[in-house]
Design a protein around this ligand. Structure first.
Ligand code: G3P
Length: 229
């Protein structure tokens, strides 16, 4: 499973990118609005930094408008993936854009039937929202598993399952176990996924014990050892 970050904040993206495990970025109108910056400029900066797929969402609500906006967004950078909502107009726009070779992320997926239609429309990614499904007392990870199974059984569908709306590290684990191709995580969830108190306690204990070793400068020790050979 690949890892994307779900944010439009350059500082967050830069930090996680430095870990060497970031494969892409997803944004949406809410995340872009939060930054208070020029939409196109932000998307371009993210693409340049990450050099991987970056989802940028259309806001038109009719197929013609979505296709027009999608074609324009695709001009920003070769890594732009056009994001469209899973409504009738979005399905039509996905089919048209995909036929033109533009990658599309079909978002706001809440049931397997929607994912099947998006797959048949040539979506590069389908974004099921795990957290928002859990919010209404259904099981978001079940949805991921069902979509993965449907796609696996339909060789004509080449859509990647992109688990979205992840709220905590357990959602990341559930997405991986359920067969998602990609999980897009908010910055906070990625930090939580990395952190464990026993890791920090163990690390501090190793350092404290190391302080009792009289000769402990590794570069000095290795140099001396190399010269003695
Ligand atoms: O990728 C979709 C995501 O941004 C939605 O997350 O937490 O608002 O459901 P959330």
């Amino acid at each position: 499973m690949k890892l994307f970050i779900d944010t439009a904040n350059l500082d967050e993206i830069r930090e996680v990118h430095s870990w060497g495990i970031l494969a892409g970025v997803t944004t949406n109108p809410s995340l872009i609005a939060r930054e208070g910056r020029d939409f196109i400029q932000v998307v371009h900066e993210i693409c340049e930094l990450v050099q991987g797929p970056v989802s940028a969402e259309v806001t038109a609500q009719d197929t013609e408008g979505m296709v027009r906006e999608g074609r324009l967004l695709a001009k920003i950078h070769e890594h732009v993936v056009v994001k469209v909502p899973l409504i009738e107009a979005g399905l039509g726009a996905c089919s048209q854009l995909a036929a033109e070779g533009i990658k599309v992320n079909v978002t706001l997926c809440f049931q397997p039937s929607q994912a099947l239609l998006a797959g048949l429309a040539g979506a590069a990614y389908i974004s099921p929202f795990i957290g928002r499904i859990d919010d209404i007392s259904w099981d978001g990870s079940d949805l991921i598993g069902q979509i993965a199974a449907i796609y696996a059984g339909n060789p004509s569908i080449h859509t990647q399952v992109l688990a979205a709306s992840l709220r905590h590290p357990q959602h990341l684990v559930q997405a991986a176990l359920a067969g998602a191709d990609v999980a897009t995580c908010p910055y906070k969830v990625l930090k939580q996924a990395l952190k464990h108190p026993l890791t920090d306690i163990g690390n501090q204990r190793f350092l404290a014990d190391w302080e009792t070793v009289p000769e402990r400068d590794i570069s000095v020790l290795v140099e001396r050892w190399l010269q003695s050979r």
